[in-house]
Design a binder for this molecule. Sequence first.
Ligand SMILES: NC(=O)c1ccc[n+]([C@@H]2O[C@H](COP(=O)([O-])OP(=O)(O)OC[C@H]3O[C@@H](n4cnc5c(N)ncnc54)[C@H](O)[C@@H]3O)[C@@H](O)[C@H]2O)c1
Length: 447
Amino acid sequence: MTVQTAPAKYDIKDLALADEGKRRTEWSERSMPVLRQIRARFAKEQPLRGVKLSACLHVTTETANLMITLRTAGADIALCASNPLSTQDDVAAHLVRDHGVHVYAIKGEDHETYYTHISQALAFGPEMTQDDGADLVGALHMIALNRLDDLAPPIRKWVEGLSQSERKALVADVRGSTEETTTGVIRLKAMAKEGVLQFPIIAVNDSNTKHMFDNRYGTGQSTLDGVVRATNLLLAGSTVVVAGYGWCGRGVASRARGAGSHVIVTEIDPLPALEARMDGFEVRTMADAAPLGDLFITLTGNIHVIRPEHFSAMKDGAIVCNSGHFNVELDLEGLAKIASARRAVREMVEEYVVKGRRIMVLGEGRLINLAAAEGHPASVMDMSFANQALAAEVLAKDSAKMSKAVHRLPAAVDGEIARLKLQSMGISIDTLTAEQTKYLASWDAGT
Ligand SMILES: NC(=O)c1ccc[n+]([C@@H]2O[C@H](COP(=O)([O-])OP(=O)(O)OC[C@H]3O[C@@H](n4cnc5c(N)ncnc54)[C@H](O)[C@@H]3O)[C@@H](O)[C@H]2O)c1
């Protein structure tokens, strides 16, 4: 489709950073053998030839490798950030200069620019989208449902400049989308439940080779990496309060324990709470944990998990951060209201004074692993982005046959990614003997 406002070719910090972005992207590529194999096949088969794809992802070196893979498959790509603080400006420059990706992302962009960049990725007129948190697809649905009041002002302004038929075409042209993270999948499943989903979604997060590794080991390591880079905190001997014992929380809790921290877990669901206890962690309510923690990390996907009543019970010097998808897990507005003073004390660290006690909030409450560190290690993103690349291929081939629902990649694809990853690590596993295969399929043999 043609839209009234032609998007600029790109909007990034500085094209001159491209050499550094290229070096760092190539460094990540070394740890992404599964994606490299997919790229080699895509180069021959061109499964995305001519497909216009808009992606809203964290602009990191690993994402650059995904974008290069999709370009190799023949896609034409616009890329905007899925968080205002997660963009690596050198990577953005490399993708623009060396791979012809239309990147709209600048680290530290304000609210207005963040949403302007999303509208530019939409104005690209995608046939396929990729999301991390469903901001792009969420906006498309607000347009489809004519709920313009619910759009962020910069997107709304752009949409108001489009005719009704252009708005309709914008949504109708999208054949399908992929979603990277738990929070995005929750939002999309809510859309499907309400019957408003406009096209099929492949929930990459739901693949075992994604959440069991990326959410657990990736978030586990990179979250602590972000905290340490921001504060230089000694984890050994610290009391770390982990809110949420899902895939991400399990990873952070076990890594913090490995670094010598005493870990307290908070939960709202009895099952993961019990699991945390039997994994050997102390389980408390946030109210009970608040006076005890040296470091608080939220990973729940929920809103206002740490509130003013918790902040006001914390000890002097407590460090608070979030590694869940959105910056709503900490009630920072509530904190600002009860604070008598507030100042930046270090890059990524803002100090609030509450009842004479200093509370340190990291990275404006945004995902700390991407704000203060580099996000997940490439080795784990290898599997997540293998899922993304294969999901794009499935959508290109089969979206017309898929229902307007949230789908998983087939189990065989998931298994194949795990097999390739093991192979790249030089690890062999046993195969079933004929006798074992028969035994596992029977109910009457060998009891
Ligand atoms: N930082 C990253 O790079 C990164 C990576 C992957 C996922 N995420 C995000 O992290 C969040 C968690 O993802 P996940 O895969 O672990 O989800 P999950 O659903 O596996 O786990 C979330 C857990 O939080 C618990 N919870 C909900 N509300 C709570 C509350 N008020 N207090 C305490 N616990 C509460 C739930 O019971 C659940 O056990 C999501 O927002 C996801 O999108 C971030």
